[in-house]
Design a protein around this ligand. Sequence first.
Ligand code: ATP
Ligand code: MG
Length: 533
Amino acid sequence: MEEVGTGLLDRLDAMQRVAASASSGAMLIVAGPGTGKTRTLTHRIAYLVAELGVAPSSCLAITFTRRAAGELAERLHALLPDRAAELDVGTFHSLGMGILREHHDRFGLPADFQVTSEEDVPDGFVSMDDLINLPVQLLSADPVLADRYQARWPWIFVDEYQDVDEAQYKLLTLLCPPDGNLYAIGDPDQAIYAFRGADVKYFLRFAEDFPQARTVRLTRNYRSAAPILAAAVQAIAPGSLVQGRILEPARRDPDPTLVGLYSASSEADEADHVVRTIEELVGGSSHHAIDSGRASGNTTLEVGFADIAVLYRTDAQAKPLLAALERAGIPVQKRSHNRLTDRAGVRAIARELPFLTGTVAARIRAAAAGLTSGTLAGAGLEAADVHTAVELLAPLARRCGDDLDQLLTELRTGAEVDALDPRADQVTLLTLHAAKGLEFPVVFMVGCENGLLPLRFPGQESDEAEERRLFFVGLTRAQDRLYLSHAARRFRHGAERELPPSPFLSAIDASLLARRGAGVSRRKPRDQQLRLL
Ligand code: ATP
Ligand code: MG
């Protein structure tokens, strides 16, 4: 391949290099999953700093979850070992929190105001929404201050731009003028947060908001084996928001495995299928090798528990899965919808941390040990709650080292997904929403049923287009193996119900699927059972 540009950009393909080395001005990267958007973004920042002499402190990189921000920071550190610490990398909420901390007095807030997710917000507390809304108010009312922030961060980068909501969009436009250097990356087909107020229209009208913006499309997917990518492309096609979408596999595996589709008789049967398949893949104590030719050449992939994710639409589906995995002795970590600080035990420990000394981990241990039985009883807690809380905090504490401020900020602003430890040798259980942006060698996507995917509540219409995008996000998390499954009977809304397979499955060509299981209910009409064959 022809070598253009500097060594820094050599690990990018031609289009990624164009996107990473562009001159100043606004830029939109419209690209599908696994095309290297995050990779391009980190190389762009490294290029600006290392090659063009841009000051790291003038770069602000924003994502949506702490885990994504942590990954960005790690990758930037690898590219710019000496300068990465000077970059401002965070989530929308940590950005808002930083601005509020600098101007807390304007809102009559104490310097050490706390963030709460609780319903009633007492003095000195700020809600998650206010972390964005108050800075928007502040900067809208004070253009001089807005100018100061614009001068502080002339280079702004936003990943997953398709999931920006109105308040976040307003904050961005206050921080970045129309002729500014906003580098926005995203994929409209992965817009899955409409239910929380996100609106893909901000992505689609980027060229109007930033009239000088250039657009780059990336089309080569480096993540997934060809059958997985083909299945995903077929699944999104009927609802794609991207005109003329091209997503080609960069990988050339010699003999790639088809996408598994297991028809279970019940949710217990489905959970058994997940357990059996994991046992086959990991094969006892020694890790099992999967042949996997990467684009860069044939390599052998070791499958450990950490390489495996089980994705589902609703948290309720996790229960039978967790039980089956734990019965089989398979280590798991699960993400719940709650924030860590929703746990009373975590709150009790967090309150003590500023008064102790030592590393974050040591402070947590000391705080847990120091909670007297009287304090616990007063807070309506038991010793077990405190024990569960240290465990929950451990991965975070490892990341934060000596930086208590980071821990407290992350605790207050993040969701529990971010507490997952990507290095732990455990199978990861995640909702589809929480899986966005992540990748795993082996992915199980369970509950592919009409009613669950698309999700439908009794008497309510489902947002079929958004549900299809969610299905697409799930399929495209997989690198080497993808196992889909659906159960003919499942406990939902207080009773056992029969659910037909997801209509999204029928968009996938049968030649890409390896079907197993015979669990389709006998009472179902024959044509519905065989629709996918
Ligand atoms: P998503 O939409 O799911 O967030 P993405 O576009 O951000 O995906 P990345 O996570 O940046 O994609 O990249 C996907 C995978 O492909 C990563 O493992 C990355 O290292 C790899 N990759 C990206 N570009 C290249 C390249 N030019 N050469 C080799 N590997 C690459
Ligand atoms: Mg990404």
